[in-house]
Unconditional design. Structure first.
Length: 517
C-alpha cells in the first residue's frame, strides 16, 4: 500500500488541487474547531445532567436513555457513514452532519419532556457519526505531504482529547449561570458557522465506488454495533449477572460475524453490490496493530478517567467543575505530546514510538497503586499519574491513528476513519464496563464499603449528616480508593500488553511520515 498522491490530469484538476493546498491550514483549523465541539459534547452532559434531572424529572429508565442514546446512535452508524461519505462525498456528509447536529441541539434547548431530550441526543449521535469519519477522510485528501498529514492527524487526536476534557469545565461554567439548556445551545452557532464556512472553503472528495448500495449490510452493521455497545454499557451498569448483557453480546457477536462474512464475500466481486467496509484492511498487520493499540489504550484511559472523576467528586468532595479542572493534567499533556509525535515518527521507527508511548501510559496508570503502598493517596500523585498517562497516550494514539490512515488505500479512507473512531468509542466503553465493574467488586469487598458504590455511600452519608455521616463517607472513600488503584493498574497491564504487541508485530518498514510502507 502507498500514501502517494494520485496523478492528476488536466489543468483544471491541478489548479483546484493548488487552491486546496494553499488553504490547507485554514481547512485544518475549521475541521479541528468543529471537532472541539464534538469532543466537548461527549462529556458536557456529565455536568448538565443533575440540573436536567431536577428540571424534567425523568424516570430511571429515561435517565439511562438520555445518557446512552448518543453513544448508541454514534456507534451504530459510524461504518455506514464512512461508506456513505466515500460514495456521496465527504464534504457533503460533513456539512449534513453539522446541520443535523445544530437542529438536534436546538431541539434539546426547547425540550420540555425527557423523551424529547432522548430523541435530540439520538440525533446528535447521528450527526456525530456523519462528522467524525468525514473529518479524517478530508484531512487525508487535503494534506498530500506525508509529514504534514501526520501533523494534521496529530492535531485531530489532540483536539478530540482536549474537547472531552474541556467539556466538564465549560459545561460547569455554563450550567451554573444559565442552566442545562446552555450545554446544548453552545452547539448551535458553532455548527452553523461550520456549515457556512465549509460550503465556502472545504473541498469535496469521494472515492469511485461502482456497485449498488449494501442495504442488508447497513442493517447488520447498525444492529450489531448497537447491540455490542448496549451490552457493554449494561455490563458496566449492572455487572455480568444481568441476563440482558449476555443476550445483547451474543446478538452482537452473531450479527457482526454475519456482517463480516458478507463484506468479505462482496469484496471478492461478482455480486454488483459494493461492500460497506473493506474488512480485508485488517489483513495489513500495521493496520490491525494500530487498531488493537487504540482499543487497549482507551480501555485503560477510559476507565481511569471514569474512576478518577468519581474519586474527585465522591471521595474528595469536589463539584463537577472542580473535578473537571483537576483532570486537566491529562488532556494538557495529551495535547503537547500529540503535537510532537509526528517528529518522533519521522526520527524513529513506528514500532518504537508506539511501544514507548504505551509503556509511558502504563507507567502513569500504575503510579497511584504503587504510591498508595507507601501512604495515603493525594492529589499530587494523581496529577502526576494523569500527566504521565496523558503524555504516553498522546504519543501512542496519535501514532496509531496516523499509521492506520497512512496504510489505507485512498478509496477506503472513509471505512478506515470509521474503524479508527469506533476503536476509540469501543475502547472507552469497555474500560468503563470491565474495569469499572472490577473496581465496584473490589469496593464491595472492602470492610469500609457502604452500598454498592461510592455514590450510594455519599447519598447515605448525606441522609445521616453530622459526625456519623462524615465517618461513613470517610470509610467509603478509603474503600473506593483501595478499589480504584488496582483497577486502574489492571488497565496499565493491558496497555503494557499493547506495547508488547506493537513491538512484536508492527512491520519495521512502516514510515507514515515519509509516504513509504
Amino acid at each position: 500500500m502507498s500514501t502517494r498522491t494520485p496523478r492528476t490530469t488536466g489543468t483544471a484538476v491541478t489548479e483546484e488541487q493548488r487552491r486546496v493546498h494553499d488553504r490547507r491550514w485554514v481547512i485544518l483549523a475549521i475541521l479541528c474547531g468543529s471537532l472541539l465541539l464534538i469532543g466537548m459534547d461527549t462529556t458536557i452532559l456529565n455536568v448538565a445532567f443533575p440540573s436536567l434531572v431536577d428540571d424534567l424529572q425523568p424516570s430511571a429508565v429515561e435517565q439511562l436513555w438520555i445518557v446512552d442514546a448518543y453513544a448508541l446512535a454514534l456507534a451504530g452508524l459510524l461504518v455506514t457513514a464512512g461508506a456513505l461519505g466515500d460514495r456521496l462525498g465527504r464534504r457533503r456528509l460533513l456539512l449534513t452532519g453539522f446541520a443535523v447536529f445544530a437542529a438536534a441541539s436546538l431541539a434539546a434547548v426547547f425540550a420540555t419532556a425527557a423523551w424529547q431530550v432522548i430523541a435530540a441526543r439520538a440525533f446528535l449521535g447521528v450527526g456525530g457519526a456523519a462528522i467524525m469519519p468525514a473529518t479524517l477522510s478530508l484531512l487525508r485528501h487535503v494534506f498530500t505531504d506525508a509529514r504534514e498529514r501526520a501533523f494534521a492527524y496529530a492535531v485531530w487526536t489532540a483536539v478530540i482529547g482536549g474537547g472531552m476534557a474541556l467539556g466538564p469545565v465549560v459545561g460547569g461554567l455554563l450550567v451554573v449561570r444559565q442552566g442545562w439548556h446552555s450545554a446544548f445551545l453552545l452547539n448551535v452557532p458553532v455548527a452553523l458557522a461550520v456549515v457556512v464556512l465549509g460550503r465556502w472553503l472545504l473541498p469535496e472528495s469521494r472515492a469511485p465506488l461502482p456497485g449498488r448500495w449494501d442495504w442488508p449490510g447497513v442493517a447488520q452493521s447498525v444492529t450489531g454495533m448497537v447491540a455490542l455497545v448496549a451490552g457493554i454499557k449494561l455490563l458496566g451498569e449492572h455487572g455480568p449477572g444481568a441476563p440482558a448483557v449476555w443476550a445483547l453480546l451474543l446478538a452482537a457477536a452473531v450479527t457482526l460475524t454475519v456482517f463480516t462474512r458478507r463484506q468479505l464475500r462482496l469484496g471478492q466481486g461478482g455480486t454488483g453490490v459494493r461492500p460497506l467496509l473493506a474488512v480485508r484492511l485488517f489483513g495489513d498487520l500495521a493496520f490491525t496493530v494500530a487498531v488493537a493499540a487504540i482499543v487497549l489504550a482507551m480501555v485503560a484511559l477510559g476507565a481511569a478517567m471514569y474512576l478518577v472523576t468519581q474519586w474527585f467528586q465522591y471521595a474528595q468532595g469536589y463539584s463537577p467543575l472542580e473535578a473537571g479542572i483537576r483532570l486537566l493534567p491529562m488532556p494538557v499533556a495529551l495535547i503537547v505530546s500529540s503535537a510532537v509525535t509526528p517528529r518522533l515518527m519521522h526520527a524513529w521507527a513506528v514500532r518504537h514510538v508506539l511501544g514507548c508511548g504505551l509503556v509511558l501510559t502504563s507507567a502513569g496508570l500504575a503510579l497511584p497503586w504503587v504510591l498508595q503502598q507507601a501512604g495515603p493517596l493525594g492529589y499530587p500523585a494523581v496529577a502526576a499519574s494523569l500527566a504521565a498517562s496523558g503524555l504516553g497516550a498522546g504519543v501512542a494514539t496519535t501514532t496509531a491513528s496516523v499509521t492506520l490512515m497512512a496504510v489505507t488505500p485512498r478509496e477506503h479512507v472513509g471505512g478506515a476513519a470509521a474503524i479508527d473512531e469506533t476503536s476509540y468509542e469501543l475502547g472507552t466503553a469497555l474500560g468503563v464496563a470491565v474495569l469499572g465493574s472490577l473496581a465496584a467488586a473490589l469496593y464491595r469487598g472492602h470492610p469500609g464499603a457502604t452500598g454498592d458504590s461510592i455514590g450510594d455511600a455519599a447519598h447515605r452519608a448525606g441522609e445521616l449528616a453530622g459526625p456519623a455521616g462524615q465517618r461513613l463517607l470517610a470509610d467509603a472513600a478509603e474503600a473506593f480508593t483501595r478499589a480504584m488503584t488496582p483497577a486502574i493498574a489492571a488497565g496499565a497491564a493491558l496497555t503494557l500488553l499493547a506495547a508488547a504487541v506493537a513491538w512484536r508485530w508492527t512491520p519495521r518498514d512502516v514510515r507514515p511520515t515519509s509516504g513509504a510502507h
